[in-house]
Design a binder for this molecule. Structure first.
Ligand SMILES: Cc1ncc(COP(=O)(O)O)c(C=O)c1O
Length: 304
């Protein structure tokens, strides 16, 4: 990770190296915090945040779900994103990480009296799964780690605690020589990657599982909108792992992962083992949107 100049903490720009918390920070011990992963791209009219509104809304929804009362209003948070990007004077594309967390002052599982804090960090970041991954695709394994059950965790929240699940799945996949993990849900259907939603293509139809067992992904929604606008036939339905083995194309979507082709699952080559035609079309349409090259979706960009 590239260091930047400042991190925004509760209304102040703090030098990167001074952005510290106490070791008795509640979130550090009991895992209740909520966060976002947002990107800003260098467009021809300057740096622009992609779908800031939706990311902030999801953050506040996550806080509501996990019973955290944010210490600032949502508009202040939006402005803070802009203030931080202005102050840091970034030269390339940026990843933003807002986090609402419980601080120091209260110990014990009952969290309600813990002080609430908000911070946003931002740094220059390239392709999460590598530039080669974007072009050639990645090797994925089905994880032995089942995606957090909706009976016990809140899957609509981008909650810190949910990411132990993702972390263990990612760890297992990397240790086994793959690049990413696909987690199944309680019933054995494909749920999501450790930080991505899944799409497959079969006979020209674009298929993505419903969000019952995946985060309500902003990238997935964007890709679905683009596909609809292109007249592509879409299905939202359950997918089994063997259907992925025999599909024509597969790809992951996520703010970090953008649109990353999956070239194999569990050592079964998918399609021709490279980025498929529909994947390429949607990936390039996605990049046109985030880089401000497609006027029709300009309303998704917040220019700095
Ligand atoms: C578990 C999980 N699923 C899906 C996604 C994709 O969501 P989005 O497209 O909103 O980044 C992410 C990333 O935020 C994630 O962490």
């Amino acid at each position: 990770m590239e260091k930047a100049k400042y991190i925004w903490m509760d209304g102040k720009l703090v030098n990167w190296d001074d952005a510290k918390v106490h070791v008795l920070t509640h979130t550090l011990h009991y895992g209740n915090g909520v966060f976002e992963g947002t990107r800003a791209y260098q467009t021809k009219d300057g740096l622009a945040i992609f779908r800031l509104e939706e990311h902030c809304k999801r953050l506040y929804n996550s806080a509501k779900i996990t019973a955290i009362k944010p210490n600032i209003e949502i508009d202040e948070l939006k402005n803070a994103h802009i203030e931080l990007l202005k102050a840091n004077e970034f030269k390339s594309n940026v990843y933003l990480r807002p986090l609402i967390y419980l601080g120091y002052g209260v110990m014990g599982v009952y969290h309600v009296k813990a002080p609430v804090h908000t911070m946003i960090a931002a740094w220059e970041w390239g392709a999460y799964l590598g530039d080669e991954g974007l072009e050639k695709g990645i090797r994925v394994m089905t994880s032995s780690i089942v995606r957090n059950s909706i009976r016990s965790n809140f899957g609509k929240a981008k909650a810190v605690a949910n990411y132990l699940n993702s972390q263990m799945a990612k760890y297992e996949a990397i240790q086994a020589g793959f690049e990413e993990a696909l987690m199944l849900d309680d019933n054995g259907f494909a749920a999501e990657g450790s930080g991505e939603c899944l799409f497959i293509v079969r006979d020209g139809v674009l298929i993505s599982p419903p969000n019952d067992n995946s985060l309500e992904s902003i990238t997935q929604a964007t890709v679905l909108e683009l596909a609809e606008d292109m007249g592509i036939k879409i299905q939202r339905r359950n997918i089994t792992r063997d259907e992925i083995y025999i599909c024509d194309e597969a790809f992951f979507t996520g703010t970090a992962a953008e649109v990353t082709p999956v070239n194999s699952l569990d050592n079964r080559t998918i399609g021709e083992g490279k980025r498929g035609e529909m994947t390429k079309k949607l990936q390039s349409a996605y990049f046109d949107v985030v880089f401000g090259r497609d006027q029709r979706y300009k309303h998704y960009l917040t220019y700095i």
